[in-house]
Design a protein around this ligand. Structure first.
Ligand SMILES: [Fe+2]
Length: 411
């Protein structure tokens, strides 16, 4: 069957709903604006490379007890988990091992992608619908650009936008994608990082096979497998893979924060810091009282700061003038500090015992009137619709988007 996307479809995130009898399947697709002609002032970056990395993963079954130790709750299996376990044609994900124990370092979009429908877990494609839903609800027009587009065409694709916004988990990034975002920021673009554990692994796109990416879990990091010695470089490009923080562009340089902890049980609210009253950023909290918890609610683990969370660190690249405007730091034992930040095994590595298990909301000005705002939390978007979109998480984001779309230079 073939269906041609009508030429007048507005740019956006879509899914084709296929039905046969009682069975159904969703095929996600994205419509770009006409090349070189933005149709909105806001651009939403859809992290397709990160979608490909997770596609058809077997984690909930094959990780065994690790999935329960990591989440501190019983594993629950979806229909997709069981189906994938009994079928082989859909392949493995970058979170899985081959039968010989070696990790899977390639992924492709050219196969059916299970887990990307409205009845699946709130992760990646589905969790990102909280952002598109909020933008629609608030009446913000936006264009959609995917990782694949950004990799292929670079900063020219986004430089026409006043503001570029990420989705909840842009974890896998190529060098051309990284350079495009840095270039956009240097030109005065406004950048909103709506996620956690972003810009973490270095990937390559295949120059020969459209839609195929590669990544090696080299050296360190929170990783599902460990690359063997001599297998740290990518066959597609020859580049060293692994963490971006080991490749000279730590995420803190791009968005002020980087991966600090994860926990998949209970999210927490942010609390404003003393810095939040600085006139440089106080407008972010217009309509929000000084001491009210921000986001003690939400569809993703019940709090706006949760799932995978990031924090600021000047030593890693957070600009020295960046303001940590709100922080969530009262996490429980279900949250675990990232392994790349400690050198010896010890007991003070969870939310109750480790001061680095923290989620920082950050703002800073950039060159040429630009600025960066980062939530540092995958769960943040899950709180936007609470109380019919009338809540302080939604208010913070609305204040930021409105200011970032205002052409008056920031700073
Ligand atoms: Fe991830």
């Amino acid at each position: 069957m073939c269906w041609q996307v009508p030429g007048d479809f507005p740019s956006g995130v879509y899914a084709a709903h296929l039905q046969q009898g009682s069975e159904e399947f969703y095929v996600p697709f994205y419509v770009r604006p006409p090349r070189g002609k933005p149709t909105a002032r806001l651009c939403l970056l859809v992290p397709t490379a990160s979608y490909y990395a997770y596609v058809n993963h077997h984690m909930n079954v094959d990780w065994g007890s690790l999935i329960e130790h990591s989440s501190t709750c019983f594993a629950t299996l979806t229909t997709a988990d069981l189906y994938l376990q009994n079928q082989t044609p859909f392949g493995l994900s970058m979170y899985d091992d081959h039968n010989d124990g070696s990790g899977v370092c390639y992924a492709s979009r050219l196969r059916p992608m299970l887990r990307m429908g409205p009845h699946e877990e709130l992760w990646q494609y589905n969790a990102d619908s909280h952002i598109t839903d909020w933008l629609d609800e608030k009446g913000y027009a936006f264009d959609v650009v995917t990782d694949d587009d950004l990799h292929a065409e670079g900063s020219s694709l986004i430089e026409g936008y006043d503001c570029v916004m990420t989705c909840t988990h842009p974890e896998y990034y190529s060098l051309p994608m990284m350079n495009a975002l840095l270039s956009y920021q240097h030109q005065g673009g406004r950048f909103i990082y709506m996620g956690g554990n972003g810009f973490y692994w270095r990937v390559a796109y295949s120059p020969e096979f459209p839609g195929a990416i590669e990544m090696r879990r080299a050296e360190d990091g929170m990783r599902s497998w460990i690359a063997e010695p001599g297998e740290y470089h990518m066959s597609f490009s020859g580049e060293l893979s692994g963490l971006w923080s080991r490749s000279g562009i730590a995420p803190q340089r791009l968005c002020g924060v980087g991966f600090s902890a994860q926990g998949f049980n209970f999210g927490r609210p942010y609390h404003r810091t003393a810095s939040s009253h600085d006139p440089r950023c106080a407008w972010i909290f217009d309509g929000i009282a000084e001491d009210e918890p921000i986001g003690d609610f939400g569809l993703v683990f019940g709090g706006a700061a949760g799932s995978e969370i990031d924090s600021a660190d000047v030593r890693k690249g957070t600009p020295s003038h960046a303001l940590v405007v709100a922080t969530a730091d009262d996490f429980g034992a279900d949250f675990h500090w990232v392994v790349e930040d400690y050198h010896h095994a010890h007991s003070a590595v969870n939310g109750e015992t480790c001061p680095y298990v923290r989620c920082d909301m950050v703002f800073y000005e950039t060159e040429n009137g630009g600025a960066v705002f980062s939530t540092g939390s995958i769960a943040f978007a899950g709180s936007l619709s609470h109380n019919d979109y009338n809540n302080n998480v939604s208010q913070v984001l609305e204040n930021v988007v409105n200011r970032f779309l205002d052409p008056d230079p920031i700073g």
